[in-house]
Write a protein that binds this ligand. Structure first.
Ligand SMILES: Cc1ncc(COP(=O)(O)O)c(C=O)c1O
Length: 395
């Protein structure tokens, strides 16, 4: 069976060109980038080259890029690296666990934490941030694009408010990277962002790679202590092949964003959404009215348990996710969807479809055949669906 993968927000495959760029750094150029000899210098040059590629993607200076082990580490480094007891952190109720749990951890060390609510479209309102600012607010951390709904947050307004109040601004841009242009330069939309997280495996680079962008003059205490790597911001021998892969993926993403690829991806996503809504009753798109990244749609199928639907679709060769993949196994309804005001039942009836530039029209056509049949089958077994009389209802 040919599998169809619509779970790009959970992870993306390694692109062949990324793998080819990495391969020699496992087998031939295995030097430690800190070594003085030629093999070490070769590794160092490759790390520098990758840093420049990431800097071009973000429109920042290479020295502002810190390589890490992924989005989780970068998020933790942003919070732990900046905050001290007595400081106030403002974040949101729709963040990834990498921020939510890190916020709980800094709270247990004497940092005051405020979680901002979101609208029913999953968007943080600048007025809510303004109202939450305090004299001791040291850091505001708001994700750029939500991993479940794709909702894009108003970065410029939020970062402006944080700065006006004397705080630093961090964004977890893991789900924005490679999907929308990122520009932290003085002319860019993200000009007031001080810290920004990216994860390699969401942009066709290997798992276990990521970056934290740290604007010049932002003082960051390292979380790990050891060597002077990454300008003393992240100790540990560099993962040279991983960093090379991340650099190559950054180049590929930067080029792709300049093509008609994003428009085509939006069209495919919209076709999937409209096709589902047209064929299946009692469905809807969560956060449809918010600005969204091109690849993501969160759709509820009332009277269906998303977990059962996910398994039924898996058996038909389709990989999707119920809420956030990082929560799979947990039966709690998604914190993102409940923060938007969805009932627990509707949140539990929601699937996330996340496409990528590798998704084809033929795949979407196939998905539009698989889903209505799978939903209809599960609803036949659903007591609530039959009770509402929605099956074949004429009124
Ligand atoms: C918004 C967001 N932040 C952080 C992470 C964590 O990134 P990583 O898997 O690289 O640790 C993810 C992963 O799903 C994510 O979606």
């Amino acid at each position: 069976m040919q599998r169809i993968y619509l779970d790009a927000n959970a992870t993306t495959p390694l692109l062949p060109e990324v793998f080819e760029a990495m391969r020699p750094f496992y087998l031939e150029h295995y030097g430690n980038a800190s070594s003085i000899h030629q093999q070490g210098q070769h590794a160092r040059a490759a790390v520098d080259h990758a840093r420049e590629a990431v800097a071009r993607m973000l429109h920042c200076r290479p020295a502002e890029v810190v390589f890490t082990s992924g989005g989780t580490e970068s998020d933790n480094l942003a919070l732990f690296g900046v905050l001290a007891p007595g400081d106030h952190l403002i974040t949101t109720s729709i963040e990834h666990n990498a921020i939510l749990q890190a916020a709980q951890a800094v709270a247990s060390r004497g940092v005051e934490v405020t979680f901002l609510p979101v609208t029913d479209q999953g968007v943080v309102e600048p007025a809510a941030l303004l109202a939450a600012m305090k004299p001791n607010t040291r850091l505001v951390s708001v994700m750029y694009a939500n991993n479940e709904t794709g909702a894009i947050q108003p970065m410029d307004a939020l970062a402006g408010i944080a700065h006006a109040g004397g705080a630093l601004f961090h964004t977890d841009a893991v789900q924005a990277g490679g999907k929308i242009p990122l520009d932290v330069s003085p002319h860019g939309f993200l000009k007031e962002v001080d810290l920004l997280t990216l994860s390699g495996h969401k942009i066709f680079a290997p798992k276990g790679t990521g970056i934290l962008y740290v604007r010049r003059n932002v003082r960051l205490s390292p979380m790990m202590h050891g060597g002077a790597h990454e300008r003393q911001r992240r100790a540990g021998t560099e993962n040279v092949p991983g960093i090379v892969g991340l650099g190559k993926a950054a180049e590929v993403c930067t080029d792709w964003l300049k093509t008609d690829g994003p428009a085509k991806l939006t069209a495919l996503r919209d076709r999937l959404e409209q096709g589902i809504l047209a064929q299946v009753d009692e469905t809807g798109v969560n956060g449809a009215e918010s600005p969204r990244v091109a690849n993501t749609t969160s759709i509820y199928f009332d009277h269906v348990e998303a977990e059962a639907l996910l398994i039924a679709l898996d058996l038909k060769g389709l990989s999707v996710s119920g809420g956030s993949a990082c929560h799979s196994g947990a039966s709690e309804p998604s914190h993102v969807l409940t923060a938007m005001g969805l009932s627990p039942a509707r949140a539990r009836a929601t699937l996330r479809f996340s496409l990528s530039k590798l998704t084809t029209e033929a795949e979407i056509d196939e998905v539009l055949k698989i889903i209505p049949a799978a939903v209809a089958h599960l609803r036949e077994l659903s007591p609530t669906y039959n009770k509402t009389g929605a099956v074949g209802a004429t009124n």
